[in-house]
Design a protein around this ligand. Structure first.
Ligand code: BEZ
Length: 222
């Protein structure tokens, strides 16, 4: 990629710096649950996500929804870690407001990143924006510290907790064997077999699609 194309790609897609398969960059930082280090999460799954700002409407709905589903993530041995440019004391004040107003305690860590050093390493900051807010990036990091999926939403659209759980379920299900998760797959539904890339299989298959489209075992129901 030439430097110009690379710069344009990064301008258009803030998540573009890191890719699926990369080791998630390590960092340590202050958070609402004390100091955290990303590499301390090795051995379990981690969803690291950024939000534009504390005390904003969409972000508040996301945190309420995630806190309400905390046990669902726990069941899947997946920790949550949030991050924004706001200060630790802003995070504390916002969590207190969420507890008082919505009767739910956000117990997963929210990292403060006022210098944007983490946000920039993860491509969480939209380079074109006039402010330094992070966009809604979500990194699904496996137990070995590898980024397995990532999403990027704008500030004005909130993420779906059921879709985050479904993505996690699909990632964990495909780790159990050489299987694929089809569109809209949910736990309990059939997975697909990895196609066998041999011409003999293609010519000996009964139906036209049988050589590449084969259902296999079901992912366990959560
Ligand atoms: C929100 O979370 O509601 C929000 C955050 C930043 C800009 C616009 C909306």
């Amino acid at each position: 990629m030439t430097e110009m194309i690379k710069a344009e790609a990064e301008r258009q897609a803030p998540c573009a710096g890191l890719r699926i398969g990369d080791v998630a960059p390590d960092f340590s930082a202050r958070s609402t649950t004390g100091d955290v280090r990303l590499s301390d999460y090795r051995g379990r799954w981690l969803i690291l996500f950024s939000h534009p700002a504390d005390f904003t409407p969409v972000c508040t709905t996301e945190f309420v929804a995630l806190a309400q589903s905390a046990s669902e993530f726990e069941q899947r041995d997946c920790a949550l870690m949030a991050l924004s440019v706001d200060s630790l004391f802003s995070h504390f004040a916002w969590l207190r407001l969420i507890r008082d107003r919505y009767d739910i305690e956000v117990r997963f860590p929210i990292v403060e990143d006022p210098t944007l050093v983490i946000g920039r390493a993860y491509g969480m900051v939209a380079p074109n924006d006039s402010d330094s807010a992070t966009v809604r990036t979500t990194f699904f990091i496996d137990a070995t510290g590898v980024i397995r999926a990532m999403t990027c939403y704008p500030a004005n659209v909130g993420r779906s907790t059921p879709e985050m759980l479904r993505t996690l379920d699909a990632l964990q299900a495909v780790d159990d064997g050489p299987v694929l998760a089809p569109a809209n797959w949910a736990p309990g539904e059939a997975l697909l077999a990895q196609p066998d890339a041999s011409l003999d299989t293609v010519f000996s298959a009964k139906g036209q699609t049988d050589w590449f489209m084969k259902e296999t075992k079901r992912g366990s129901r959560k």
